[in-house]
Structure formats: structure tokens, C-alpha cells
Ligand binder design. Structure first.
Ligand SMILES: *Cc1c(COP(=O)(O)O)cnc(C)c1O
Length: 713
């Protein structure tokens, strides 16, 4: 089978452009939905997706990155950029999916489609580990399982692949049909079904019915009757199925589970015989995921003995790109459990989003089982590193050093991890961001340990994927157009702020807020460009606030006067945020202050009130709901009186994390999201929809108290 090639004109035909696209023979190899993540701009096609953000707004940015080809749904943008090539469609997402489907249909590879509430990514990664010897596998990178992620994953299929493993995740009804159309799995796997409300469905049945749509083209289905009720089971009874259960009779009926240290021994009935296997894990989720993999391989006709052999060798899947504080002010991105090209690409994207250090080092092992010649592989990797502006490569393994001439950055090579560890003290690591990425057999865990070694400190790991997932969770609760101010005060609740601020900036929150000016200054120095509100601006810090484009919270007339007096004589306008007291009777303006406040603001042309806000004191507690309602009403009243006199409309905001969950009427123009980002929300009865983002590793337990005193906790 030949690898299909796509010219711009060909794609226009496939995705049914509404405009005439003729004789544009530019080869398109890369689909881009995010202007920041372009690699080969010349051959890239930018899809201006319209979702929470309107992708059309980023056309300018994409052009600046060198992209010349676009798929849009707003034809007026053609006029703005005459030298540019556009395909106009009704729905950009559908166009992307149509192209992915078309590409996928050029191949006859076998595909496994995985859906369910939990475990999709682990099952996918484990099946990859279990089957990589027998197949050349394409799989979705990390958890690319959405309407966009699946399309981008399918685009990666190449003619040499003979098995595809893709996950499909949905958050609303009617999404699965499209994923099913794209993936067309031959084998379906339903991992499990959790609580319905956690995923935006009215009922468990509705959720399951929707998920099962993935399998409408499948020939075979692997599932547990424990998660599927009788009527639903009947609805796909024509499919060949293979069931597993720990509770009832099934094709693979697990009847005994024995934990032995870190291992678990599983015993089951299969085809009337007793079989067993050992899993090198002991937690509940891993056991269930392991059983699903066991069932899948048996259903693919592997012998029980062969499956047991392979299961015993399963290894841990790192679900996150952990970012850690390292030695000598370095930041460490620890992805030391796997090395393949697609996850390397993601990790490099992440590395390039980190603005806190200009120097970027990649420690990378040889890559295996890529299905490419070494020359092709390392040429591609060298290009990738240079596109991502990596300053230094430390290559580890027998192979990579042979291709040293391909790399344009500084390089150092070691034949194995041991020789790197021996040389560690002679290597320089200082004020840089370091990506550590190696195939399992290289045991790069040792390297990341060396780099994060701290004697008297705790190492805080932040699970950035979890934080993004929490951000999306709250974003989904907002009415259209409502902005997000992320609270990164107290150095992000003690977790180190610039990494988090970078991530939040990348994921397009609208505002950041810090407690003190020095936190805001640190963020500016780390390259954060988002607007930043400073909640406790000391008069002594006004000058620094002004010179770092920070925006003070103003809570009294005295502070306002002091700030105005501190303005430089440049005639520019400076932004402030007015705090209104709606209940705590501590700091803030109230109705009686409005006249004086307006008078003062009218006297100077140089102050712009960017927002007016107040704080919900008891938004999570039902017993104080009457009080909260009064707070909201008072705030509304104050804001409407005030803006009437002011003559323009500042942003209004009031809700914190629990306020977002419980008080949709308090969303106004913006919400202030704090602790929810870290996976805590006192207003949620079921926290399972949030993910825990922080893990503290104590390097030296006896020093905890001093760490706490130093403000690290
Ligand atoms: C900390 C803070 C928040 C965020 O509160 P959470 O409950 O952590 O979401 C919102 N507003 C103000 C003024 C804050 O100080």
C-alpha cells in the first residue's frame, strides 16, 4: 500500500470546499489546530476551529509563524489576507474530521477502538506494550480522544502500520457517531462505566448507549456484563463478543485475586479450564485494566500461556508530563517511561511552552520499534529539535551518536545510562528547562532523580494534565463568553507559580491574579504576558507594579489616591480593579463611597477601571445561601449604580471555585478560579470529576517543618 499524498487542491476537494481552489499543488503533511504548535509551517494546513475560542483570531499569529494554508468558515477573512490560501467550509471541525476519515479509509489496517469512563489510556498503552512485537502499531498520542484529538491521531496513520489502537472519549450525546465514523474499529473495547453525572449525561443508560455507538462497525466487542444491562446487551447481541467479569459467569471469569506485595495473581475460568496470570501491579484500577487486556489478547486467539508471559512484563504508564523543580534552578520535565516519536513531539511542544528559562536541554535515549530506518528517524528528530529551538541534546544509547552530524544544537552522547550517571558531576545543568525522555529499558528514572535531587526540600510534582482537565471541567460550566481569572496567589498555592502560569497562559485563561507584587514580577520575568491583578498592592510596590504592567486591586479611596500619585508623567492610562465589599465588612467600597469614587476617577483621565469585583464568602455552604443571595444582589446593585456614573462597563466578577459550581447567576463577566484547579471543590459532593494535581515527595521527612516555615508548603 502506498502512502497517500495530499496537495492543497486535493484536500479542498476531499473536504468539499465552497470556494474554488485550483492548481495549488503545495504538499500538505501537517494539520494544525493551534498556531503555537506548528512544526513544518510550509507544509502545514491550519484549521480555524470555532469552539471556546474562535480560531480565526489566530490566523494572524499562524501567518507570522509561516503558515500559508488555511481552512476557515468565515469567508470575510479571505479579504484580510490576500497572499494567503483559503479553503472555505461551513464547519471547520467537520472538515477536519472528513479529511481524517478519508485518510483513514485509504488503509485496511485492523483497528481497536477503546471507550469507557476510566482506563482508556492505560488499556491503550498496555495493549501497545503487549502487541508491539507482532504489529507495527499506530496509537493515539497520550489521551488524544476528543472530536479533534481523534482526527489528528488518524492523520498519523502511515502505510507501514498494520494495527491502530485509538481511544474515543465523549462528553455529550451525539458525539460518538462522528468518532465511530472516523475510527471504524474492528475490535471494540468498553473499559467500564462510572457515575453518569460526572461526565455530563442525564443517566447511566444514556451514557452507555452513547458510548456503545463507537462499536457500530465492529466485528467483535470486549466488555464486562457488570457494566451493561440486559436490554443494552441485547442491542448488540449480533456482534461477536468476549466478556469478562469478576462477579458473574463470562468468557473470562476471574474467580480469585490474590495480592502478593506489588504483584497480583489472577485466577480465571476460560473455555472450561482454569488459567492464571501475574500482574506486576496491585492497585484496583490496574487490576481491572489488566483483566481487560487479558481478555483482549485471549479474544485475539493468543494462548493463555503466551498472554500470561506478556502480562507479567507490563510496565507503568506515565500519565502525565510531570514538571519538577530541579537542581541549580532548573525545571525538569520528567517523561522518563516511554520514548516514541509521537509522545516525544508532545513533550517537546510542552518544553517549548515553558518560558521561564531560555536554555532548553533534551536528554533522550535511542528510540526503538519505530518502523523507520535509523537515518530517517534521527533526521526527523533532529528537525524536530531544531524547530523547537532546543539548545542542547544529550543522547544516550548505542545508535544516536552515529547521527551526531544531523543535529544543529550542542550535543553530548553516552552509550548507556550508567556512563551518563558516572559523568553527571562533570556536566553543567544551570537555569534551564530539561526534558528527560527515554525508552523503558534505559531506566531514565535514575536520571530524573539525579536532576531533582534536593537534600533539605520537598519536591512538589504538579500533574499538569490533571490541572488542564480541571480547568476544562470548570470551563464547561461557564455560560458562553464568561472569562476566567486564574488565582495563582501564594506562588500558586505553594506549588511554584511560573510553571503553572505558563500552562494557564497556554490554555488561554483570560487573567491571572496574585496576592503580592513580587509574585507578579516573578511571573513577568518568567515570560508571562497575560494581564495580572495584584490583590494586596503595597504602596511601596506601586512603582514596580507600574513598570511590570501589573494591575492593582484598589479597595479604598486612600489607596486610589496613592496610586494616582505614583503614576509616571507619561500620559498613559493605567488599569485598576475595584473591590466592592459585599458582606465581610473588611476591605472594599460600598454604596456610600460611589460619589467620591466617581469624582476622583473623573479628575484624572489616566485610570481605567478594568473590573469591579467582590468575594462570595460562603459560596460552598448551603446554610449560608440566603446570605450569598444577598451578596450577589448587593454586588449587582453596586455595579449598576457605579457603571451608570462611570460611563463605560468594566468586567464584573464575583464567583470563586465553589461559586462556579453552585451559583451560575454569579458568573457575570468573569469568574475567579482558585483551588478547583488543584482538584478541590468544597461544593462538589462527588469530587471524582476533578483530578488531583499535586503530589508531594518528601526527600527528608524530618525537614518538613522547616520547609513549611519557609513557605514551600
Ligand atoms: C483566593 C481567591 C479566590 C479563589 O478562591 P477559591 O475558592 O480558591 O477558588 C477568588 N477570589 C479572591 C479574591 C481570592 O482571594
Amino acid at each position: 500500500m502506498l502512502q497517500p499524498v495530499y496537495t492543497f487542491a486535493k484536500i479542498a476537494e476531499i473536504i468539499q470546499s465552497k470556494n474554488q481552489v485550483i492548481e495549488n499543488e503545495t504538499l500538505i503533511t501537517e494539520l494544525v489546530t493551534d498556531s503555537r504548535l506548528v512544526r513544518l509551517a510550509e507544509h502545514a494546513l491550519f484549521f480555524a476551529l470555532v469552539s471556546h475560542r474562535d480560531g480565526h483570531q489566530f490566523i494572524k499569529d499562524a501567518l507570522a509563524k509561516g503558515i500559508k494554508h488555511f481552512v476557515i468558515s468565515k469567508p470575510e477573512y479571505q479579504q484580510h489576507y490576500p497572499e494567503t490560501h483559503f479553503i472555505v467550509v461551513d464547519d471547520v471541525l467537520r472538515a477536519l474530521q472528513r479529511l481524517a476519515t478519508w485518510h483513514r479509509n485509504q488503509f485496511t489496517l485492523k483497528t481497536i477502538g477503546i471507550t469507557g469512563s476510566n482506563g482508556k489510556t492505560i488499556v491503550k498503552e498496555w495493549l501497545y506494550q503487549l502487541l508491539a512485537n507482532d504489529f507495527n502499531i499506530i496509537r493515539s498520542p497520550k489521551s488524544y480522544n476528543s472530536q479533534i484529538g481523534v482526527a489528528l491521531s488518524l492523520w498519523q496513520i502511515e502505510a507501514t502500520h498494520n494495527l491502530g489502537i485509538f481511544e474515543a472519549g465523549i462528553s455529550a450525546t451525539n458525539e460518538m457517531d462522528k468518532l465511530a465514523e472516523m475510527i471504524k474499529p474492528n475490535i471494540g473495547i468498553l473499559t467500564n462505566i462510572g457515575e453518569a453525572h460526572a461526565e455530563g449525561f442525564a443517566s447511566k443508560t444514556e451514557k452507555l448507549t452513547e458510548k456503545l455507538k463507537l462499536f457500530k462497525h465492529a466485528k467483535q466487542l470486549i466488555f464486562s456484563p457488570d457494566y451493561v444491562d440486559k436490554t443494552q446487551k441485547d442491542s448488540f447481541s449480533t456482534l461477536k463478543h468476549f466478556t469478562w467479569s469478576t462477579k458473574q459467569s463470562a468468557d473470562l471469569q476471574v474467580f480469585k485475586i490474590i495480592g502478593e506485595g506489588f504483584n497480583t495473581k489472577l485466577f480465571a475460568y476460560f473455555k472450561g479450564e482454569e488459567i492464571n496470570c501475574n500482574l506486576p501491579f496491585n492497585d484496583k484500577a490496574s487490576i481491572e485494566n489488566g483483566i481487560i487486556c487479558w481478555a483482549t489478547l485471549l479474544s485475539m486467539n493468543y494462548t493463555p500461556a503466551e498472554v500470561a508471559l506478556r502480562l507479567n512484563k507490563l510496565s507503568h504508564v506515565s500519565m502525565r508530563l510531570a514538571l519538577k523543580n530541579g537542581i541549580n534552578q532548573c525545571s525538569i520535565i520528567d517523561d522518563s517511561y516511554s520514548a516514541d516519536q509521537s509522545s516525544l513531539t508532545i513533550a517537546l511542544d510542552f518544553l517549548s511552552q515553558q518560558n521561564q528559562h531560555t536554555k532548553k536541554t533534551v536528554i533522550l535515549s535511542d528510540l526503538f520499534e519505530t518502523g523507520k530506518s535509523d537515518l530517517t528517524l534521527y533526521t526527523e528528530i533532529a528537525n524536530l529539535l531544531s524547530q523547537k529551538k532546543v539548545s542542547r541534546l544529550i543522547g544516550i544509547g548505542e545508535k544516536m551518536s552515529h547521527f551526531a552530524h544531523l543535529f544543529s544544537c550542542d550535543t553530548q552522547f553516552f552509550t548507556d545510562t550508567d556512563s551518563f550517571v558516572k559523568a553527571f558531576d562533570t556536566l553543567q545543568f544551570n537555569h534551564e528547562t530539561i526534558l528527560v525522555k527515554g525508552a523503558r529499558r534505559f531506566d531514565f528514572g535514575r536520571i530524573s532523580k539525579l536532576l531533582t535531587q534536593k537534600i533539605h526540600d520537598t519536591v512538589l510534582e504538579i500533574d499538569l494534565n490533571a490541572m488542564v482537565s480541571n480547568l476544562q471541567f470548570y470551563r464547561a460550566k461557564l455560560k458562553p463568553g464568561v472569562k476566567i481569572m486564574a488565582m495563582v496567589k501564594a506562588f500558586s498555592y505553594g506549588s511554584g507559580s511560573f510553571e503553572i502560569a505558563n500552562l494557564l497562559q497556554f490554555h488561554k485563561v483570560d487573567y491571572l491574579a496574585v496576592a503580592y507584587a513580587d509574585e507578579g514580577i516573578a511571573l513577568r520575568k518568567a515570560g508571562i504576558t497575560l494581564p495580572i491583578m495584584v490583590m494586596s498592592p503595597q504602596e511601596s510596590a506601586f512603582e514596580a507594579i507600574i513598570s511590570h504592567q501589573l494591575e492593582p486591586e484598589i479597595y479604598s479611596l486612600e489607596i486610589l489616591s496613592a496610586f494616582i500619585a505614583a503614576l509616571p508623567a507619561d500620559g498613559n492610562t493605567y488599569a485598576i480593579h475595584l473591590k466592592m465589599d459585599s458582606g465581610m465588612h473588611r476591605l472594599g467600597f460600598d454604596k456610600a463611597d460611589i460619589n467620591l469614587l466617581i469624582e476622583k476617577l473623573k479628575l484624572t483621565e489616566r485610570i481605567k477601571v478594568n473590573s469591579i469585583f467582590s468575594h462570595l464568602v460562603a459560596s460552598s455552604e448551603a446554610k449560608h445561601d440566603d446570605f450569598t443571595k444577598k451578596q450577589i444582589a448587593d454586588f449587582e446593585h453596586f455595579a449598576s449604580l457605579f457603571t451608570q456614573f462611570l460611563g463605560y462597563k468594566p468586567l464584573l466578577h464575583m464567583a470563586n471555585t465553589a461559586g462556579i459550581s453552585r451559583w451560575p447567576q454569579a458568573q457575570f463577566d468573569m469568574v475567579r478560579l482558585g483551588i478547583g484547579l488543584y482538584g478541590f471543590d468544597a461544593a462538589l459532593t462527588n469530587q471524582s470529576s476533578l483530578k488531583t494535581t499535586m503530589v508531594l515527595n518528601y526527600r527528608n521527612a524530618s525537614k518538613n517543618t522547616s520547609a513549611r516555615r519557609n513557605g514551600r508548603l
